[in-house]
Design a protein around this ligand. Sequence first.
Ligand SMILES: [Zn+2]
Ligand SMILES: [Zn+2]
Length: 283
Amino acid sequence: MLTTVAAGPYTVRGVSIGGVYTSLAIPELSLVFDAGIAPRSAGGIDTILLSHGHADHIGALPALLGIRGLHGKTKPPRVVMPVEIVDDLQAALGALSKLQRWPLDIEAIGMAPGDEIELRGDLRVRAVRTFHPVPSLAYIIVRRVSKLRPEFRGLPGPEIAARRLAGEPMLDHEERLELAYATDTLVSVLDHAPDLLKARVLIMECTFLDTRKTLEAARAGCHVHLDEVIERAEKFENEHVVLMHLSQLYRPDEIAGILDRRVPPALRSRIIPFVPKTGHWPG
Ligand SMILES: [Zn+2]
Ligand SMILES: [Zn+2]
Protein backbone atom coordinates (compact mmCIF):
# COMPACT_ATOMS: atom_id res chain seq x y z
CA MET A 1 0.00 0.00 0.00
CA LEU A 2 2.80 2.45 0.82
CA THR A 3 5.44 3.72 -1.58
CA THR A 4 8.97 4.21 -0.24
CA VAL A 5 11.72 6.10 -2.01
CA ALA A 6 15.20 7.14 -0.89
CA ALA A 7 16.17 10.77 -1.55
CA GLY A 8 19.74 11.27 -0.35
CA PRO A 9 19.77 10.74 3.42
CA TYR A 10 15.99 10.80 3.66
CA THR A 11 13.31 8.18 3.20
CA VAL A 12 9.97 9.36 1.84
CA ARG A 13 7.22 6.89 2.70
CA GLY A 14 3.51 7.16 2.17
CA VAL A 15 0.85 7.60 -0.48
CA SER A 16 0.28 10.51 -2.84
CA ILE A 17 -2.25 10.76 -5.65
CA GLY A 18 -3.34 14.22 -6.74
CA GLY A 19 -6.84 15.07 -5.54
CA VAL A 20 -7.26 11.66 -3.88
CA TYR A 21 -4.93 11.49 -0.89
CA THR A 22 -1.47 12.56 0.15
CA SER A 23 0.47 11.75 3.31
CA LEU A 24 4.25 11.42 3.34
CA ALA A 25 6.41 10.50 6.32
CA ILE A 26 10.11 11.29 6.63
CA PRO A 27 11.24 8.88 9.38
CA GLU A 28 14.76 10.38 9.69
CA LEU A 29 13.24 13.76 10.58
CA SER A 30 10.30 12.25 12.47
CA LEU A 31 7.84 14.32 10.44
CA VAL A 32 4.65 13.62 8.51
CA PHE A 33 3.53 15.97 5.76
CA ASP A 34 -0.26 16.01 5.31
CA ALA A 35 -2.82 13.49 6.43
CA GLY A 36 -5.03 12.64 3.45
CA ILE A 37 -4.57 8.98 4.37
CA ALA A 38 -3.57 7.49 7.70
CA PRO A 39 -0.83 4.87 7.26
CA ARG A 40 -0.43 2.72 10.38
CA SER A 41 3.31 3.42 10.49
CA ALA A 42 2.78 7.20 10.59
CA GLY A 43 0.97 6.91 13.92
CA GLY A 44 4.24 6.88 15.85
CA ILE A 45 5.39 10.28 14.56
CA ASP A 46 4.73 13.29 16.79
CA THR A 47 4.88 16.21 14.34
CA ILE A 48 2.42 16.57 11.47
CA LEU A 49 2.69 19.48 9.01
CA LEU A 50 -0.46 20.28 7.04
CA SER A 51 -0.15 22.18 3.75
CA HIS A 52 -3.82 23.25 3.62
CA GLY A 53 -7.32 22.18 4.50
CA HIS A 54 -8.43 20.30 1.37
CA ALA A 55 -9.77 16.84 2.12
CA ASP A 56 -7.09 15.01 0.14
CA HIS A 57 -4.55 16.50 2.59
CA ILE A 58 -6.36 16.48 5.95
CA GLY A 59 -9.26 14.05 5.50
CA ALA A 60 -7.63 11.23 7.47
CA LEU A 61 -6.27 13.35 10.33
CA PRO A 62 -8.86 11.97 12.81
CA ALA A 63 -7.92 8.41 11.81
CA LEU A 64 -4.23 9.21 12.25
CA LEU A 65 -4.96 10.63 15.71
CA GLY A 66 -6.88 7.46 16.56
CA ILE A 67 -4.03 5.21 15.40
CA ARG A 68 -1.67 7.07 17.74
CA GLY A 69 -3.61 5.61 20.66
CA LEU A 70 -2.74 2.12 19.41
CA HIS A 71 0.93 3.15 19.39
CA GLY A 72 0.57 4.02 23.07
CA LYS A 73 0.93 7.72 22.38
CA THR A 74 -0.83 9.68 25.10
CA LYS A 75 0.59 13.15 24.41
CA PRO A 76 -1.23 15.07 21.64
CA PRO A 77 0.85 15.45 18.48
CA ARG A 78 2.10 18.82 17.35
CA VAL A 79 0.15 19.78 14.21
CA VAL A 80 1.55 22.68 12.19
CA MET A 81 -0.79 24.40 9.72
CA PRO A 82 -1.67 27.74 8.08
CA VAL A 83 -2.75 30.04 10.90
CA GLU A 84 -6.06 30.82 9.15
CA ILE A 85 -7.33 27.24 9.49
CA VAL A 86 -6.52 26.57 13.16
CA ASP A 87 -9.97 27.48 14.53
CA ASP A 88 -11.90 25.55 11.85
CA LEU A 89 -9.75 22.45 12.27
CA GLN A 90 -10.08 22.58 16.06
CA ALA A 91 -13.87 22.93 15.70
CA ALA A 92 -13.99 19.92 13.35
CA LEU A 93 -11.88 17.81 15.73
CA GLY A 94 -14.10 18.96 18.59
CA ALA A 95 -17.19 17.63 16.80
CA LEU A 96 -15.42 14.35 15.99
CA SER A 97 -14.26 14.03 19.60
CA LYS A 98 -17.93 14.12 20.65
CA LEU A 99 -18.75 11.37 18.17
CA GLN A 100 -15.83 9.28 19.43
CA ARG A 101 -16.47 9.95 23.13
CA TRP A 102 -12.68 10.23 23.03
CA PRO A 103 -10.57 13.37 22.77
CA LEU A 104 -8.86 13.89 19.41
CA ASP A 105 -6.53 16.45 20.92
CA ILE A 106 -3.71 18.17 19.07
CA GLU A 107 -1.20 20.86 19.89
CA ALA A 108 -2.16 23.22 17.07
CA ILE A 109 0.51 25.55 15.76
CA GLY A 110 -0.58 28.12 13.19
CA MET A 111 2.09 29.57 10.93
CA ALA A 112 2.11 32.48 8.49
CA PRO A 113 4.45 32.85 5.53
CA GLY A 114 7.94 33.77 6.77
CA ASP A 115 7.41 32.36 10.27
CA GLU A 116 10.02 29.96 11.61
CA ILE A 117 9.71 27.72 14.64
CA GLU A 118 11.93 25.20 16.38
CA LEU A 119 10.99 21.58 15.86
CA ARG A 120 13.62 19.96 18.03
CA GLY A 121 17.29 20.45 18.77
CA ASP A 122 18.92 22.03 15.75
CA LEU A 123 15.93 21.49 13.45
CA ARG A 124 13.54 24.29 12.51
CA VAL A 125 10.65 24.70 10.08
CA ARG A 126 10.09 27.78 7.96
CA ALA A 127 6.71 28.49 6.35
CA VAL A 128 6.53 29.66 2.74
CA ARG A 129 3.54 31.15 0.96
CA THR A 130 1.96 28.94 -1.70
CA PHE A 131 -0.72 29.89 -4.24
CA HIS A 132 -3.94 27.87 -3.96
CA PRO A 133 -7.62 28.88 -3.58
CA VAL A 134 -7.51 28.29 0.21
CA PRO A 135 -4.94 29.27 2.90
CA SER A 136 -1.90 27.12 2.21
CA LEU A 137 1.81 26.81 3.03
CA ALA A 138 4.96 25.10 1.87
CA TYR A 139 7.54 24.16 4.49
CA ILE A 140 11.34 24.22 4.52
CA ILE A 141 13.13 22.16 7.15
CA VAL A 142 16.27 24.02 8.20
CA ARG A 143 19.16 22.67 10.24
CA ARG A 144 21.21 25.20 12.21
CA VAL A 145 24.81 24.12 12.36
CA SER A 146 27.38 25.77 14.64
CA LYS A 147 31.08 25.44 13.84
CA LEU A 148 34.18 26.67 15.60
CA ARG A 149 35.61 29.63 13.67
CA PRO A 150 38.67 28.63 11.63
CA GLU A 151 41.04 30.83 13.69
CA PHE A 152 40.23 28.84 16.85
CA ARG A 153 40.56 25.37 15.35
CA GLY A 154 43.60 23.54 16.71
CA LEU A 155 43.61 25.40 20.02
CA PRO A 156 43.78 23.18 23.12
CA GLY A 157 40.38 22.38 24.66
CA PRO A 158 40.96 24.26 27.95
CA GLU A 159 41.90 27.43 26.06
CA ILE A 160 38.76 27.20 23.90
CA ALA A 161 36.70 26.76 27.07
CA ALA A 162 38.41 29.73 28.74
CA ARG A 163 37.86 32.02 25.76
CA ARG A 164 34.25 30.92 25.48
CA LEU A 165 33.74 31.68 29.18
CA ALA A 166 35.27 35.10 28.60
CA GLY A 167 32.51 35.72 26.06
CA GLU A 168 34.55 35.65 22.86
CA PRO A 169 32.35 34.91 19.82
CA MET A 170 33.89 31.66 18.69
CA LEU A 171 31.21 30.03 16.57
CA ASP A 172 30.00 30.53 13.03
CA HIS A 173 26.37 29.62 12.51
CA GLU A 174 25.19 28.30 9.20
CA GLU A 175 21.85 27.12 7.92
CA ARG A 176 21.36 24.01 5.88
CA LEU A 177 18.12 23.73 3.92
CA GLU A 178 17.60 20.02 4.40
CA LEU A 179 14.22 19.31 2.90
CA ALA A 180 11.32 21.28 1.45
CA TYR A 181 7.71 20.30 0.84
CA ALA A 182 5.56 22.29 -1.60
CA THR A 183 2.21 21.08 -2.86
CA ASP A 184 -1.07 22.37 -4.21
CA THR A 185 0.22 25.61 -5.61
CA LEU A 186 0.88 27.55 -8.74
CA VAL A 187 4.46 27.02 -9.89
CA SER A 188 5.17 30.68 -9.12
CA VAL A 189 5.94 29.52 -5.56
CA LEU A 190 9.39 28.62 -6.95
CA ASP A 191 9.89 32.18 -8.21
CA HIS A 192 8.70 33.78 -4.95
CA ALA A 193 10.63 31.41 -2.66
CA PRO A 194 13.83 30.38 -4.49
CA ASP A 195 15.08 28.72 -1.28
CA LEU A 196 12.83 25.81 -2.27
CA LEU A 197 15.18 25.27 -5.22
CA LYS A 198 18.20 25.17 -2.89
CA ALA A 199 16.98 22.58 -0.38
CA ARG A 200 18.95 19.36 -0.44
CA VAL A 201 15.72 17.44 -1.11
CA LEU A 202 12.65 19.09 -2.61
CA ILE A 203 9.35 17.24 -2.45
CA MET A 204 6.95 19.03 -4.77
CA GLU A 205 3.71 18.46 -6.56
CA CYS A 206 3.68 17.95 -10.30
CA THR A 207 0.07 16.99 -10.77
CA PHE A 208 -0.03 17.05 -14.57
CA LEU A 209 2.56 15.72 -17.02
CA ASP A 210 1.41 16.09 -20.61
CA THR A 211 -1.37 17.21 -22.95
CA ARG A 212 -3.99 15.10 -21.19
CA LYS A 213 -4.33 18.24 -19.06
CA THR A 214 -3.50 21.58 -20.61
CA LEU A 215 -1.25 24.07 -18.91
CA GLU A 216 -4.18 26.49 -18.70
CA ALA A 217 -6.41 23.90 -17.01
CA ALA A 218 -3.64 23.02 -14.55
CA ARG A 219 -3.17 26.68 -13.66
CA ALA A 220 -6.92 27.21 -13.31
CA GLY A 221 -6.89 24.58 -10.54
CA CYS A 222 -3.76 26.14 -8.99
CA HIS A 223 -1.60 23.09 -9.69
CA VAL A 224 1.82 22.51 -11.25
CA HIS A 225 2.22 21.15 -14.78
CA LEU A 226 5.44 19.46 -15.93
CA ASP A 227 5.75 22.09 -18.70
CA GLU A 228 6.41 24.64 -15.95
CA VAL A 229 9.03 22.45 -14.25
CA ILE A 230 10.81 22.01 -17.62
CA GLU A 231 10.76 25.80 -18.19
CA ARG A 232 12.69 26.19 -14.92
CA ALA A 233 14.89 23.10 -15.32
CA GLU A 234 18.16 25.00 -14.87
CA LYS A 235 17.04 26.65 -11.65
CA PHE A 236 16.78 23.48 -9.58
CA GLU A 237 19.88 23.20 -7.38
CA ASN A 238 18.41 20.37 -5.30
CA GLU A 239 20.28 17.07 -5.00
CA HIS A 240 16.97 15.26 -5.33
CA VAL A 241 13.50 16.34 -6.47
CA VAL A 242 10.66 14.03 -5.48
CA LEU A 243 7.66 14.67 -7.73
CA MET A 244 4.38 13.75 -6.06
CA HIS A 245 0.63 14.54 -6.06
CA LEU A 246 0.65 13.03 -9.56
CA SER A 247 -2.75 12.73 -11.20
CA GLN A 248 -4.37 9.35 -11.66
CA LEU A 249 -4.80 10.40 -15.30
CA TYR A 250 -1.39 8.72 -15.64
CA ARG A 251 -0.65 5.07 -14.93
CA PRO A 252 2.17 4.66 -12.41
CA ASP A 253 4.15 2.53 -14.87
CA GLU A 254 4.14 5.17 -17.64
CA ILE A 255 5.31 8.12 -15.53
CA ALA A 256 9.07 7.43 -15.59
CA GLY A 257 8.90 7.14 -19.40
CA ILE A 258 7.09 10.50 -19.73
CA LEU A 259 9.77 12.13 -17.56
CA ASP A 260 12.56 10.46 -19.58
CA ARG A 261 11.13 11.82 -22.82
CA ARG A 262 10.36 15.33 -21.62
CA VAL A 263 12.77 16.48 -18.90
CA PRO A 264 16.34 17.63 -19.72
CA PRO A 265 18.79 14.93 -18.55
CA ALA A 266 20.59 17.16 -15.99
CA LEU A 267 17.32 17.55 -14.08
CA ARG A 268 15.79 14.17 -14.95
CA SER A 269 18.68 12.37 -13.27
CA ARG A 270 17.76 14.05 -9.97
CA ILE A 271 14.00 13.49 -10.20
CA ILE A 272 12.40 10.66 -8.26
CA PRO A 273 8.74 10.16 -9.22
CA PHE A 274 6.72 9.17 -6.16
CA VAL A 275 4.82 6.26 -7.70
CA PRO A 276 4.13 2.68 -6.63
CA LYS A 277 6.20 -0.03 -8.32
CA THR A 278 3.12 -2.24 -8.69
CA GLY A 279 1.78 -0.42 -11.75
CA HIS A 280 -1.43 0.42 -9.86
CA TRP A 281 -2.35 3.37 -7.68
CA PRO A 282 -3.17 2.19 -4.16
CA GLY A 283 -6.86 1.99 -3.41
ZN1 LIG B 1 -4.19 18.10 -3.30
ZN1 LIG C 1 -5.66 21.48 -2.63
